[in-house]
Structure formats: C-alpha cells, structure tokens
Write a new protein. Sequence first.
Lengths: 236, 468
Amino acid sequence: MNGSREVILGRIRRALLRPGPGQGQEHGSLNGVQSSSGRVDPVQLFGQFQEQSERVGGEPRLCTDSEEALRGIQDLVVAAAYRRVAVSNHEICRRHRLAQVLSDLLPEVSLWIEEGNSDSGSSRRRNSRQLAQADLSITGAEFLIAESGTVLIASTGSSRQISLLPTAHLVLATPDQICPDLAAVFQQLGTAPEEGRLPAALTMITGPSRTADIEKVLIKGAHGPVRQLTWVIGRL
Amino acid sequence: MNRSPSQFKILASENVADQRLRNTFQSATGHALGQRAQSVQLVPEWEDLRERAHRIKEETVEHLDFYLEKLEASVIRRGGRVFWARDASEASNYVVNLCRRLQAPTVVKSKSMAAEEIGLADALESGGVEPVETDLGEFIIQVAGETPSHIIAPALHMTRQQIGKLFHEKFGIPYTDVPAELCAFARQRLRREFLSARLGISGVNFAAADTGTIVIVENEGNARLCTSLPRVHLAIMGLEKVIPRFADLPLFLKLLARSSTGQRQTSYVSMISGPRREQEWDGPEEFHLILLDNGRSDILADPRMRRSLYCIRCGACLNTCPIYQRVGGHSYGSVYSGPIGSVLTPLFQGLEVAKDLPYASSLCGSCSNICPVKIDLHHQLLWLREKLVSRRATPWQERLAMSLFAAGMKDPTLYRMGSALLRLLLKVSGRGNRPFAVPGWSPTRDFPALAETSFKQWWEDNRPGGEG
C-alpha cells in the first residue's frame, strides 16, 4: 500500500466520469469459452491428445499397465544413455513405487528422489543444482488437455523446478485425467477457485521448450526440457 | 541506441531502403500471418470469441477502479504485495530498493513490455544492479545494446551471422552461425544466472481480479525459471492487464496464442497465485506485483481512445500492417510499434513528439480486422489525426490545400473555376498535364498526369442519347 494508490485510483475514477462505449452495461453474466463437448470416447480423447502433442514435438504414449510403463522407462533411460534420473514425490510416482523399482531396474543410474518439502532456502538451492544436472525427471500431472496436447501440473503435486531443469521431462498420467479442452479443465478447477484449492503455481506444458528468436528458426530446448514425454497408463 | 518517435520519417525511409531488413520483416510477418490463419481457421466460433473478449475488456476498462481494487485484495489475501506506481521512476525505484534489501547484485528478467516501457533495465544498472535478460531474443539485443523490433520476436531484425559475430566478440566463443549452437550457448550461460539470482522479474499477460492470479505466456521456459528459482518474484503489469475472472482465462489464452504465433497453446503458461505455500516444495518466498499507470489513466480520460487499453499485446496488428511489414519495428522509435504502437506512443509520449505515427497507416483497416479483442485501431489513428488537425499541428501547406479543397467542394462554381484554373496553370507552366512536384510525395511516387478534359466536360460531350 502506498501514496500513489489513492492518486491513481482517483485519476481513474475521474476519467471514468466521462462515459465510454459500454459504461452502464452489465456484463456480469458473460462467460468465456464453452467446453466443446459433453462425454467423449476415451479412445478418441487420447487419440486427439497424441496427435496434438506430436504436432508440437512432444512424445506421447499409451502404456496398458504399470509393468509396461516401468519397462518403458528402463528402455528410455538405456537408449538415451541417461545417467541421472530425478523422481518426484507426486502421488502417481509413489503409487507405482518408482523410486524403489527404478533403483532395482537401473542400478547403474544415479537416482534423485524428491522428498517432502524443504523449508530452508539453502536446501532448495541445493536441490536446484542437483536437478540442473539431471538428464530425466519423472512427475505426475493434474490434467491432460486433448485439444492442444497439453499437461497441467500444480506446485502442490511436485516441485516447480523438477519439471523445468532436467534435459527431459516425463509425465505419467491416467486415462481419466484427459479433458477435451481448456474450458473443461477450468470447469473442474472451479469458476472461482477458493483459497485452498488453487496452488501457488499452475503450469501448462505443451511440448518441449522452444524458441524461434533467431531468424524464426525453430529450436527445441531453449531454457526448459529438450524432450517432453507424456505416458498415459491404463486401458482406455 | 536511442530512437525517438519524432524521427519516424527519417528512420522509416532509412529502413525501407534496407533491402535485407525489408526481406526479413516481409518473410517473418508473412510466416506469422500464415501460422495464425491456419490455427484460426480451426475455430469456427472465432468471431464470437473476439466479440466476447471485446465485451469483457470493455467491462473491465469501464470499471477499472473496481477490478484493480479487487485484484489488489486477492493478491494480498494470497500473501503477495502490491505496489501502485504512478510513473516509470516510482516503479523503477521500488525495484531498485527491493534489490538493495535483498542485496542482489544481479536480477534475472523475462520479457515484459511494461518493463521495457519504463526502461527498467537502465534504471537497475544506474542503481548498481545488473539486469540479465533471459528471453533469447532479449538476451541477444541486450548484449548488442539494441532495442526490440517486434513485440513477440525482439531480435527479428538481426541475422544469424550478426548474432554469431556478436557472441564471438562479446563472449570469446568460437564463431558459429548455427542457431541451435547459439541458443545452446545462451542456455548454458543463463543457467548460471538463474541458479544464483535472488530476484526474478517477469511481466504479466493477464491478471485475474477474483483470484489474484497472474498469467505468463511463453515458449522458452525462462519466465518459469525467473518465477520459480529466485527467492523473490516481482511481476510488473500495466493497469489494463487485469481481467475480471480466473474463468475468463480459457477465452483469452485461446485468442492470444493463436493471434501471436498461431499456436494452439504456447509451450508454457504459468498461472501464479501468490508466493510459495507452506506445504509446497519450492517457489519464491515473496511475491510482489507492480501496478503501473504511467499515462494509462490519461488515456482512460478520453472515451474515444479508451479502447486502446483493451490490447493484449499479441502482435498480430504489427504482422498484418503493410507499413510495419516495410519499415520494421525500429522505425517507430518506441517500444510499441506497428498500428497499436502508432496509437499508444502518441498517447504515452505526447502527440507533438509522435505526430507522424498516426499517419504511419494506409487506414486499410487490416489491424482492426485482425485484432483479437476488436480494437478499432484505424479509427483510433484517424481520431489522433483529427486531434493533430484541430491543434493545427499539420504543415501550413496541407492546411491551405485542405481549406481550398473544402471551399471548392462546397460550391459548384468555385469547383469548376478551380479545376479550370489548375489546367490553365499547368498549360502556361509548360509542364503539359504533369502536376507540380510536391515535396514529400513526388520523390518516391509518380504523380498521375491530369486527363486532357475534366470528367464533367467529357460527360457532356459523350453522354449517350444526350442533348443531341
């Protein structure tokens, strides 16, 4: 709060005394984008997600069960010769006991496990340096958006930096998390999410980090992950 | 490199003569327009969405005080701090003081037109703080000591060879003009800055009043880094970036991504509501939001120009503008270029300083047609011209010509006499039917020759089944 607050608000109020194009109209009932669909066939939803994610350079995949996903991770790590892998504390990672299973499957890989929240700034900084060295991170997501091939993650599910600093980022998800479009996600988030439900950071990720700032040439991996993988585990 | 909007004519004629620069802007804007058209085509309700967005912006701007107070309350409720800045120096001082308190020798900064507008980077430097631009394009032009030439692609005017040479000279790395290698170098270099900075500065694309959520749209991930790693996050926004509801975001995000780059969704959209919560792993401990006026409340005071505050900075009007395509962003001598820049710069910096900008338009209306929030940009430009005329700020020759024209158009006899006189003058001057040279017009364009007879005369002679 500062002195200029009253000055600025005063100037705005004086300015608005001169009626503009829409003054006096009540637009309170205006809504934004309507979700395009009611119930959609899960096969179709995943198909759309896959198509859109691939369009922007993402690597989507369907794994029928936990076993296939775990084997897939093993293959991925071996094929790309990843040496450092970070696993988040997201519910889905714990459900598949990733930390334990991966240390058995990939004994030569150095695993970094995200543990409960770290209250001190110095330990968070240490974590940042660790994560900046990681080749691959594995996290969960809150929603997948079929229309654009997007995953939505929350700062309550895992740290912000684990999906950002490593070279590759793998999201594990379930078929019921796929929504047709952004409007449908927002309907689930609630029209005006109350205090408790809205995390400090909600992030939508659509494909790998990119830039076209040099002569409009598209480059993957500007500041964030070079690879963005999304694996949906389960039967559609 | 300091340019002023008062130099528009000089800068534009220099840039228009630079064939390479013209090619760059033509192809880049053409590419962006193509991408946009493709993605807009897939949204049959596009016109309806534009109309909704226009009405939501109208509602917001017409009740700006209400929504700003609501936004402030929501941000504070979520543990953030709000600072109202009347002008550039108030905003900059706040940031410099914050850096002093944090004892931060450097700050990492992501792209923000508002920060650009107030010259925040320069203010930080004078305050003894090193601002590190982290968007690749911004980083390049910061190293080059340049200014942005496009809202979305700041280094659009530079070639890969120029950038390669620049990095080679400034950082001593081996010369390369491979974009991916240049980008990889910047990534590596900036990572160090991200990991050590205590303050991250970002812009704001939208701020939802009901939840206090600020939204940042980007492709590179540098804004995510700026808002995730440092201990403190400061966001700066022009007052007009507020939107009423969190639930309005799907609409605006859809319009922004498709209009600016033709993407369905940018790589990253961050929706930030206050500082890190206690149960969360990481994120800044403090969140500061600067609400910047800097002339916006003056724009608001003119009901006709008010709509320019609906702008969501997508850059589509730049891409589609036949003038921008040819003269490029630097000609406008201001951070805001293209049609929206030609409206905002005179309003921010004064009509006298930027009196050529309202004329940097053919009034074709392409900007108004493409604008995702339906700002009637070409009308705004026309109204600015009207202001200039009523202030007698146009050249006396033009005023004289216009008053003669007005008199002639009102009186058929005067009109006939005038056009006869003009023909006679041309005949006796020995120029045949070629009009006189007019400075500012004829050096670059041919003046069409006058017809031998006036249309009225021709009609009387040739009217089918006429008097004869």
